[in-house]
Design a protein around this ligand. Structure first.
Ligand code: ATP
Length: 349
């Protein structure tokens, strides 16, 4: 089951890692439930990979502990942890066949030839690569190499699989296809997957839970729905999806109270200034369209609100044509959204 069985696979306590003056990981507390798909999401340099390497044992923390399935493994070597890692570049052995690559981990663990052959066959089947065993990595496509790397990691039946931007090298279409496969694979094998990614769409698509990282710290942990619908901070609101921000005088004027608020682009309607509109339960803002980008299925409308804020609105092209979109810049509009879409944000990070 993807949501886990209630036990904790990974527990990080007061975890710190310094490289000279750089505080790459700055006091992390995290529990990852067993059997789910968990992602560490954050911008480049936020410390995601370092957290993964601390879990795997490739780095030693400056302070704090790493516990796997209830055992403190902070001082244990990588091979003494029940964890395998899939790297972005796959790190396959180029001179070995696909079969030999996958069998490698079993061989060093002393599995018999018969067991190796059986488990390699099952692993190839699980990533839909039966019949490819004799090929060399160079004779495979990017997506196929990615699957070999997954099979090689899974064949040793780790308790936790760590994935460091595993789809980063693939083109968009293949990436989306592999996302679906990765999620199915996690459900099938039932072990805990921890994915590192800077791609919010990927984290939302794949994960049961996501930790959003910023400058070595975790800003918020939640389900994709919680992070998108109830981001706690301005950073999370702008990193998970796109968000317009209202603060200071503009917030007071439009929301009707002080504070900082996020408004998602797809929650806003673009109306003509002229018509009669029901204002109950709604926030409104007058403005001028400065740009309208026709995206095929939707149009991204950029509006300079009179209160001095620039807003982005995304509308589905139910009836809008490209010509309609291109005629929008320069026109006066009324933006209108339900009050419940004013998300209160903390600006402290
Ligand atoms: P990316 O998405 O670019 O991989 P990240 O979120 O995974 O970024 P990390 O690779 O964990 O971030 O790096 C966090 C910080 O620690 C960065 O400032 C990085 O330069 C620094 N850092 C990471 N590894 C080392 C190292 N071995 N020596 C010195 N500094 C390091």
């Amino acid at each position: 089951m993807a949501t886990g069985n209630g036990t904790t696979a990974i527990a990080l306590r007061d975890l710190h890692k310094k490289f000279g003056d750089v505080h790459a990981v700055d006091g992390i507390e995290l529990d990852v439930a067993e059997g789910g798909f968990f992602s560490l999401l954050g911008p480049s340099g936020s410390g995601k990979t370092t957290v993964l390497r601390l879990i795997a044992g490739f780095e030693t923390p400056t302070r704090g502990t790493v516990t796997l399935a209830g055992q403190d493994v902070t001082r244990r070597a990588p091979f003494e942890r029940d964890v395998t890692t899939v790297f972005q570049d796959y790190a396959l052995f180029p001179h070995m066949s696909v079969e030999q690559n996958i069998a490698y981990g079993l061989k060093v663990r002393g599995a018999s030839r018969k067991e190796q052959a059986e488990r390699v066959r099952a692993a190839l089947e699980s990533v839909r690569l039966d019949g490819f065993g004799a090929r060399r990595p160079a004779q495979l496509s990017g997506g196929q190499r990615q699957r070999v790397a997954l099979a090689r990691a899974l064949v040793v039946r780790p308790r936790v699989l760590l994935l460091d931007e595993p789809l980063g090298a693939l083109d968009l279409k293949l990436r989306e296809q592999m996302q679906t496969e990765l999620k199915e694979l996690q459900r099938d094998v039932g072990i805990t997957f921890v994915l590192v990614t800077h791609d919010q769409a990927e984290a939302l698509a794949l994960s049961d839970r996501v930790a959003v990282m910023n400058a070595g710290r975790i800003e918020q942990v939640g389900t994709p729905g919680e992070l998108y619908e109830s981001p706690g901070t301005a950073f999370v609101a702008s990193f998970v999806g796109t968000s317009n921000t209202l603060t200071g005088a503009a917030a007071q004027l439009i929301v009707g109270k002080p504070g900082t608020f996020g408004v998602r682009p797809e929650k806003i309607r673009v109306l003509s200034e002229a018509g009669e509109h029901d204002r109950r339960d709604h926030s409104e803002a007058h403005g001028t369209v400065v740009d309208a980008v026709y995206l095929g299925d939707s149009t991204r409308v950029v509006v300079d609100i009179d209160a001095g804020v620039r807003f982005v609105v995304v509308r589905q092209n139910l009836d809008t044509t490209a010509a309609d979109a291109h005629a929008l810049p320069g026109s006066r509009v009324l933006l209108r959204w339900h009050r419940r879409h004013n998300i209160p944000l903390s600006t402290a990070t």
